[in-house]
Design a protein around this ligand. Structure first.
Ligand SMILES: [Zn+2]
Length: 313
């Protein structure tokens, strides 16, 4: 792990430049920000105490909010975020809006492969793809929704224990993050600030409770989000990540060769590739078998997001 990421974890949200930024943009009252940092800190300590006491059922999506709403630190944090953002404009809606990161900060030939597990009706597991990554020792970032975890509980725990992978947040219910109910690809986004908060923070807590590690990154469902959500995530000490290279694995019946071409023709140092590992019927695995040897021949190596600082384009 780079010293950059270590410092970020250890800070537990006590990030002074971010604090200054918030004071300017979000609130004129520094008390709000200090209270939020304290809540971040106390919640972290609290979750470490109860991690071993939870049953699988308690953290299922249909139960977890009920549990979190009994946690005063969670409720206070939610109330505070709602107060800060209740009258904030959503700003732009898209995959590359202000506040979203899309690539690594590096000039080296390094690529980050990220794989989403969306959940709900898309709750399968591409075992063949994960096996290929393991066989070839390709580190990867896995963005996982709370809904997918519920349907793949044991697989999720097994993946979280594999140091080749980094588990990150793909939203509690796989709803695009919106403060006013935007939709994308027919998937309805969160309707307001409190629901946007739960979509991000409840899945942060769920993953942390199950693995002992709070995710550093959040990718909104469909990768679309608004600028207000990007600011909410930042306040929660989570970085919203989009992508640099759209592999196209989610295009209906996309053949492996078109995915290979999409990725290879757009390759550049620091690029973040988006693919999926919840659709074994798609051709992500066949495509990776074409992409990896080609990249290796060109001198590329592979990384997880947590090992590099990120930036927007
Ligand atoms: Zn998704």
């Amino acid at each position: 792990m780079s010293s950059f990421r270590k410092a970020k974890i250890v800070s537990l949200g006590l990030n002074l430049p971010m604090q200054k930024n918030l004071l300017l943009k979000t609130s004129t009252n520094p008390l709000y920000v200090l209270v939020l940092f304290w809540l971040n800190f106390s919640q972290m300590a609290n979750s470490q105490n109860i991690v071993t006491m939870l049953s699988r059922k308690q953290v299922e999506n249909k139960n977890i909010l009920e549990m979190l709403y009994k946690d005063s630190a969670y409720v206070q944090k939610k109330r505070l975020v709602n107060t800060l953002f209740a009258h904030t404009s959503p700003g732009q809606w898209g995959e590359f809006v202000k506040g979203v990161d899309e690539e690594l900060v590096t000039q080296k030939k390094i690529i980050a492969f990220t794989f989403d597990a969306c959940g709900n009706k898309s709750n399968k597991y591409n075992n063949e793809l994960i096996d290929y990554l393991r066989k070839e020792k390709i580190p990867a970032t896995l963005f996982v929704s709370g809904a997918w975890i519920d349907d793949n509980y044991n697989t999720f725990l097994e993946l979280s224990r594999d140091t080749l992978f980094e588990i990150e947040n793909h939203g509690l219910n796989h709803q695009p993050c919106s403060v006013n109910g935007e939709s994308e690809y027919g998937i309805k986004g969160t309707p307001n600030v409190p629901d946007a908060f739960d979509e991000i923070e409840a899945n942060e807590r769920k993953i942390e409770l199950l693995t002992g590690r709070r995710p550093l990154f959040y990718r909104s469902a469909t990768a679309f989000t608004d600028e207000a959500c990007a600011r909410i995530a930042k306040l929660l000490n989570v970085t919203i990540v989009s992508f640099d290279i759209l592999s196209g694995d989610a295009m209906p019946f996309a053949p492996a060769q078109s995915i290979v071409n999409n990725v290879i023709k757009n390759a550049k140092p620091g690029a973040i590739v988006i693919m999926h590992f919840n659709h074994p019927e798609w051709f992500a695995c066949d495509a990776m078998m074409g992409i990896i040897p080609s990249f290796r021949k060109k001198g590329y190596t592979f990384t997880r997001l947590k090992d590099y600082p990120l930036k927007s384009r």
